[in-house]
Write a new protein. Structure first.
Lengths: 302, 273
């Protein structure tokens, strides 16, 4: 072995040793627990939480069917599907609306003079790093019956009775947009910042109007940011927990709350584990679509 | 060139300004309302009567809040130290190098906590710790919570440190080595001092991410391990009070100051680059 080869080997060993603590920690306390809930999802629930070590697929069956207590027959039930469906549709609506207001915002910031951009971006990032619970609580102050909106409207005499917004899908949707909007703006900004405005100029020279320039030049070039932003909003919205707890009350459950309930008062850990894995599979599907799209877009651009 | 042609703005799009205002309004109006009413004298969180700091005095005097603050700081500081050290080591191992076998796997593992929905991580961690306790009798007390926090803090600390290292070329290190510095001395005197802005930024991110966490803490924390966000959640469930507004505003200001510092450190780091 030449000295150079030996040095390279030493370097490689050093790098692996440096990685060891972080990788071992995350494997032991991040990845192993996921395999444990996979095992748990095929076991029977214990009487006081936890599990009985007997194989069972009940947790997955329960997602679609209800088992009769007396004669063990299965009847199709939609109650869990409805929660799943509500979460999915709320997450999609949140993503679309965030895109509709987030895209123009990113565009306006990206077209500001470079010295001002950082300040605007900073203002978008602040909510991103502040406590989600407190931000959601602040939204609660706005939408509740005695909240600022109803107080104002009743004060000026437009309405006599407060408009009920809290504990509705509207409040949850609004809360989700408000929570995750920065995740949409930041990646779109990153794509738009690199946009070459000579292309836009060329579009105008060829008699395109403003909307056409936007649709045919700006949006396609911002596509990687749009896809990334949509994924970043969709994933946390789908698994949202705090927003539906505070703004949806006990009635407008989302899948995140349902999972937590199984580990809390419902004491059905296998079912909770199965629901968690179903949520994670949905997220993985979304991520796969993202990765595919990203590589296609890259291939198309090069 | 005619005046009309000169005033033609390439970048203008109708309605985009309105959407931008809407964006900032949605993001900031609730926070500003919260801060505003925390200084309200009356119990009402809707009708303004008079400026007062009473609710802050009451919040700071509250034993529950004091205990929760201590727990929060214990968890956040310990998790920050461990995650920043581990993230720094990982960043050193994965930057400024040709591809080596296992690098992609290591990179994916470090970022894994960002991919999994938080509620899934929360229930999985809860299950794991309860299994350790019931089957093997292993229980770390507050350590459980600290371990859980360290896991999700690592990727947050890792990102800025890695970014900083990637901006540093190896010229200075090579120069030092040419002058017969040992590898350890090169690290201590050249690499490490230049990494500091990235490390500080990473540690600050880890700290606020840990301080703000609700979901994982809610499921993993044992009795008596109430952190500040858990305390606030409990209070909100019991009803909206100005005291909650006051303590929320304090926590909000702490987060915002940290982000601002992070922003400033990042800019200085870039200038000195």
């Amino acid at each position: 072995m030449t000295p150079a080869e030996a040095a390279e080997k030493r370097d490689l060993r050093a790098r692996r040793l440096l990685l060891l603590p972080a990788v071992a920690l995350i494997l032991a306390f991040g990845v192993v627990p996921l395999f444990i809930i996979l095992i748990y999802s095929f076991l029977e629930p214990g009487a006081y939480g936890g599990v009985k070590w007997e194989f069972s697929t009940d947790a997955y069956v329960q997602f679609l069917f209800e088992r009769d207590l007396f004669d063990d027959t299965l009847t199709f039930t939609t109650s869990y599907l409805e929660i799943y469906w509500r979460s999915l549709s709320l997450a999609v609506i949140t993503t679309v609306l965030s895109l509709l207001i987030g895209f123009p915002c990113a565009y306006v910031i990206a077209t500001k003079p470079p010295t001002q951009r950082n300040i605007w971006l900073f203002l978008i990032t602040i909510p991103f790093w502040t406590n989600l619970l407190i931000r959601t609580y602040a939204m609660l102050l706005i939408v509740r019956d005695q909240g600022i909106v109803n107080g104002f409207l009743m004060g000026i005499g437009v309405i006599d009775q407060p408009i009920v917004m809290l504990y509705t899908d509207f409040a949850v949707g609004l809360g989700l947009i408000y929570s995750y909007l920065p995740f949409m703006v930041l990646p779109i900004y990153a794509s738009l910042e690199k946009l070459d405005f000579r292309l836009v100029e060329a579009g105008f020279d060829l008699y395109a109007d403003r909307r056409k320039v936007l649709r045919r030049i700006v949006v396609p070039l911002a596509m990687p940011g749009i896809v990334a932003g949509s994924i970043l909003v969709f994933i946390p919205s789908l698994g949202a927990f705090i927003t539906p707890v505070l703004l949806g009350g006990g009635t407008e459950l989302m899948i995140g709350n349902m999972i937590q309930l199984q580990f809390g008062s419902s004491r059905n850990w296998p079912f909770g584990s199965a629901a968690a894995l179903i949520l994670m599979s949905t997220v993985l599907i979304a991520l796969t679509i993202y990765v595919r799209n990203a590589s296609r877009i890259r291939a198309g651009q090069s | 060139m005619s005046a009309r042609a000169r005033s033609f703005d390439l970048k203008h799009q109708t309605g985009f300004k309105t959407a931008t205002y809407l964006c900032f309004f949605v993001l900031y109006a609730p926070i500003l309302v919260l801060i505003f009413f925390s200084f309200n004298e009356s119990r009402s969180v809707t009708i303004w009567t008079q400026f007062s700091l009473d609710w802050y005095a009451q919040a700071l005097d509250n034993k529950g809040i004091q205990r929760a603050t201590v727990t929060s700081l214990q968890v956040a500081l310990t998790a920050t130290i461990f995650s920043t050290v581990f993230a720094t080591m990982s960043a050193l191992a994965t930057t400024r190098v040709r591809y080596f076998p296992g690098m992609t796997a290591a990179y994916a593992t470090i970022n894994m906590p960002l991919m999994v929905p938080e509620i899934v991580t929360a229930v999985a961690t809860l299950t794991f710790f309860s299994l350790l306790k019931t089957q093997f009798g292993i229980h770390f007390g507050l350590g459980n919570l600290i371990i859980a926090h360290t896991v999700f803090c690592v990727p947050f600390a890792y990102m800025p440190i890695r970014a900083r290292l990637e901006d540093m070329d190896l010229t200075l290190e090579h120069a030092a080595a040419d002058l017969y510095a040992t590898p350890w001395r090169v690290f201590r005197r050249v690499t490490f001092p230049r990494m500091i802005p990235g490390i500080v930024a990473g540690a600050m991110l880890a700290f606020i991410v840990s301080l703000d966490d609700v979901i994982i803490t809610l499921l993993v924390a044992g009795p008596g391990e109430t952190t500040l966000p858990l305390f606030i959640l409990g209070q909100i469930r019991r009803g909206v009070t100005p005291e909650v507004n006051a303590i929320s505003t304090i926590l909000l200001v702490v987060s915002i100051s940290f982000v601002t510092l992070f922003f400033l450190v990042g800019r200085r780091g870039k200038k000195n680059g």
